[in-house]
Write a protein that binds this ligand. Structure first.
Ligand code: PLP
Length: 387
């Protein structure tokens, strides 16, 4: 059967080889410790589960409006008003099947073949594939030399006549970096100067530690509101990855097009999950704060332990639940090979940096118990010392 060029071009996730291998080793009964999770290990808030059960009892199990139920859109708009002081009407919100689908639909709405889209590397892998699927070209701007924060100088090197937009992700997966207000202001100035649209992905906005503060780009630069689409959802803040609820906030005409694209793709997000998300946003603040504090404790523990391993650099990331380890000064700087051998020899699963345009790095997720963190880092230490 002849495949489309699109299907031929799409790259499978670079993490697949490792996760398949991890499953194979686990099936052999080996004590696998996985630090590859991209999701919180806490339970979904009770309020969300209760609201879902009630929605089923009420028979809310049919199609909803394509762009989402009014209650959820209202709660999202209210959340943005209270948390960031941003004014959005429910009609400026579209509810999607997770943030991933939201990004796909938004990119379909904004990218024409040949358009170039700036990403700040290391970057989450799906951005690139989604831009390619729209016929565009993802152009990566390096941030590794500047504390994983973008700089005007590096961006200037990558702007061309075909640059149309940029995707910003803070707090960042995989680096954990939280962009400062000045950085966001600089990015907004670039967007204005070169007439670019901005996708601002803040799915990890509730997970920020120490003195760091998450800033929404529209707080730093309100005048780019009409060129900005905000991406957020309940997956990370409310531990609801399996419920698949994301949302976009932005100018009404773009939101309408995202809605239209969704109407031919998935239709509405799950009715039951939408009711659960509406309750989570309104009633689960205590759980969000408790989980954030627990993640901060784990971050301090894992970074403290990693700092005792010679040859690697980890730093103290300000947000999300990832640490990106620089392994370039170990005897095994090839991240794919490092992860493969660590898994086979010590039964520890990490994600190779290649999955994020960060060769020479490996990503550790600390969305797991303190006991696992202690045991896992001790195995990583033994592994590196024996290289
Ligand atoms: C930066 C970033 N954006 C978006 C997503 C997608 O979130 P969702 O599970 O809601 O589709 C993820 C998930 O890992 C992510 O890391």
């Amino acid at each position: 059967m002849k495949l489309s060029q699109r299907a031929i071009n799409i790259k499978p996730s670079a993490t697949l080889a490792i996760s398949d291998k991890a499953k194979e080793i686990k099936a052999q009964g080996k004590p696998i410790l996985s630090f590859s999770a991209g999701e919180p290990d806490f339970n979904t808030p009770k309020a969300a589960g209760d609201a879902a059960a009630k929605a089923i009892e009420r028979g809310e199990t049919h199609y909803t409006p394509n762009s989402g139920i009014a209650e959820l859109k209202k709660n999202v708009a209210l959340y943005y008003k209270e948390r960031f002081g941003l004014e959005y009407q429910p009609r400026d919100v579209v509810v999607t099947c997770g943030v991933k689908a939201m990004l796909y639909e938004t990119i379909q709405a904004l990218v024409d073949p040949g358009d170039e889209v700036l990403l700040f590397a290391p970057a989450w892998v799906s951005y690139v594939e989604q831009v390619s699927l729209a016929g565009g070209k993802a152009v990566s701007v390096e941030t590794a030399a500047t504390g994983f924060s973008p700089t005007a100088g590096e961006i200037a090197k990558k702007i061309t006549g075909s640059t149309r937009g940029m995707i910003i992700n803070t707090p960042n997966n995989p680096t954990g970096a939280v962009y400062s207000e000045e950085t966001l202001r600089m990015l907004a100035d670039v967007a204005i100067k070169h007439d670019l649209w901005v996708i601002f992905d803040e799915v990890y906005e509730r997970l920020v530690y120490g003195n760091a503060k998450h800033v929404n780009i529209l707080q730093a630069a309100p005048e780019i509101k009409d060129r900005t689409i905000i991406a957020n959802g309940v997956s990370k803040a409310y531990c609801m990855t399996g419920w698949r609820i994301g949302y976009a906030l932005g100018p009404g005409d773009v939101i309408k097009k995202i809605d239209d694209i969704q109407s031919h793709l998935t239709s509405n997000a799950s009715s039951i999950a939408q009711w659960a998300a509406a309750a989570a946003i309104q009633e689960s603040e205590d759980e969000v704060l408790k989980n954030r504090a627990e993640f901060e404790t784990r971050r301090d523990i894992i970074c403290g332990l990693l700092s005792g391993i010679k040859g690697i650099k980890a730093g103290l990331p300000d947000g999300a639940f990832y640490v990106l380890l620089d392994i370039r000064n170990t005897p095994l700087p090839d991240d794919m090979e490092f992860c493969r051998r660590l898994l086979e020899e010590k039964y520890v699963a990490l994600v190779p940096g290649a999955a994020f345009f960060a060769p020479g790095y490996v990503r550790i997720s600390y969305a797991c118990s303190e006991a696992d963190i202690r045991e896992g880092v001790s195995r990583i230490k033994e592994f590196i010392e024996a290289l």
